[in-house]
Design a protein around this ligand. Structure first.
Ligand SMILES: [Zn+2]
Ligand SMILES: [Zn+2]
Length: 137
C-alpha cells in the first residue's frame, strides 16, 4: 500500500478499497432510487435500502456467446434484492448441500470454514495434501 492509502485507511477505520466500493454502491443506489428504478427484477417489490440492493445480470453472462460483452452490457444489468438475487440464491443452495462434490459428508468434524464462510471438506483437503507429499517424495 502507498503511504497515502495507509493514511486514508486509518482515517476511515476501514480498507480504502472497501470504502470506495461502498461509496460507489451508495451513490448508485441513490441515483437508482431518484430515478424510481429501485424495483426488484425478481419479486417486483421496492428495494428500500442499500443493504438489500444488488446488481445482477438478466441473462447469465457466463453462458453468453461473448461473456465480456454480456457482462458489461448495461441493458443486461438489472437490480434486485440481495435475497432475490440469483447468485445469492446459489449460495443459499450451496449452504443446503450436505456432502462435498466427492461425496464426503459435511459433518462438524469434516467441515472447515473460510473467513468468508465458505465450507471446504477436510477429507478432500487431507487427500490433496497427501497427494502433494507423495509427488514430492
Ligand atoms: Zn426481490
Ligand atoms: Zn470431500
Amino acid at each position: 500500500m502507498r503511504p497515502s492509502d495507509i493514511r486514508a485507511t486509518e482515517l476511515l477505520g476501514q480498507n480504502l478499497g472497501n470504502a470506495s466500493v461502498k461509496l460507489y454502491r451508495q451513490m448508485l443506489f441513490h441515483f437508482v432510487q431518484q430515478a424510481a428504478q429501485n424495483t426488484c427484477y425478481r419479486c417486483d417489490e421496492a428495494i428500500e435500502n442499500v443493504e438489500e440492493f444488488s446488481l445482477e445480470h438478466k441473462e447469465s453472462w457466463q453462458s453468453a456467446a461473448d461473456p465480456t460483452a454480456s457482462y458489461f452490457d448495461l441493458y443486461n444489468i438489472t437490480f434486485s434484492h440481495l435475497r432475490c438475487n440469483a447468485y445469492a440464491g446459489g449460495a443459499a443452495k450451496n449452504a443446503a448441500k450436505t456432502h462435498c462434490p466427492q461425496g464426503h459428508e459435511y459433518t462438524v468434524e469434516n467441515t472447515y470454514r473460510y473467513r468468508n464462510n465458505w465450507r471446504y471438506c477436510r477429507t478432500c483437503k487431507l487427500e490433496r495434501e497427501r497427494a502433494k507429499t507423495a509427488i514430492a517424495a
